[in-house]
Design a binder for this molecule. Structure first.
Ligand SMILES: [Zn+2]
Length: 190
């Protein structure tokens, strides 16, 4: 067997921590990884006994707890796990939110919007076509309001500049001067 996956729990500093233990023929040493959302995976080589893994985790317990606490705060779950069912439930709400914001921000820009739609997209928050159609991901409903503002302004400005040039970002900054920070923050959600 080249790879074995098992669920384990360990007591670290009085807390029960669950993790996935992968025993791998190819692994050279014990490795710990903690993902957004706080899930932990431990990979160990075949020749390392489980008792050694527990010792290793206890030695690193301060670091592990800190990392789990930090990463579980990043809300990724609703955005990444929601699918067709949530799409049907929220698409109307998403459309209402987005069209309200387009009205608001287009008071400043005055671009002409042809068609507006909300879609179930996996990888992007919005898009703009050459013909002047704007599409938005229904998952905006999970975001804080100021991030939806940024997404709407971003796509709106593509009506004028269909690229990410300096001219484009200058347009965005008219409505959202702090766009750089928001862009970074948005990356946490996908
Ligand atoms: Zn863009």
């Amino acid at each position: 067997m080249k790879r074995k996956r098992e669920k384990r729990t360990i007591d670290l500093g009085g807390r029960k921590i669950g993790y996935l233990l992968i025993t791998s023929f190819a692994a050279g040493k014990v490795r710990v990884s903690i993902r957004r959302g706080g899930e932990m995976t431990v990979t160990k080589p075949c020749f390392v006994p489980e008792t050694a893994v527990s010792g290793f985790l206890r030695d690193k317990s301060g670091w592990i707890i800190e990392k789990i606490d930090y990463l579980s705060k990043i809300k990724t779950t609703p955005v990444s796990k929601s699918g067709r069912r949530e799409y049907l439930k929220y698409k109307k709400a998403a459309l209402d939110i987005v069209s309200g914001k387009i009205k608001k921000f287009n008071g400043l820009y005055n671009f002409s919007v042809k068609n507006l739609s909300v879609r179930n997209q996996r990888t992007r928050w919005g898009s703009c076509s050459k013909a002047g159609n704007l599409n938005f991901n229904f998952r905006v409903v999970y975001l804080p309001d100021y991030l939806i503002d940024y997404i709407v302004v971003h796509e709106l400005c593509h009506l004028k500049e269909l690229n990410h040039s300096k001219k484009f970002w200058d347009l965005v900054s008219l409505a959202i001067p702090e766009y750089r920070d928001l862009r970074k923050e948005l990356k946490k959600y996908f």
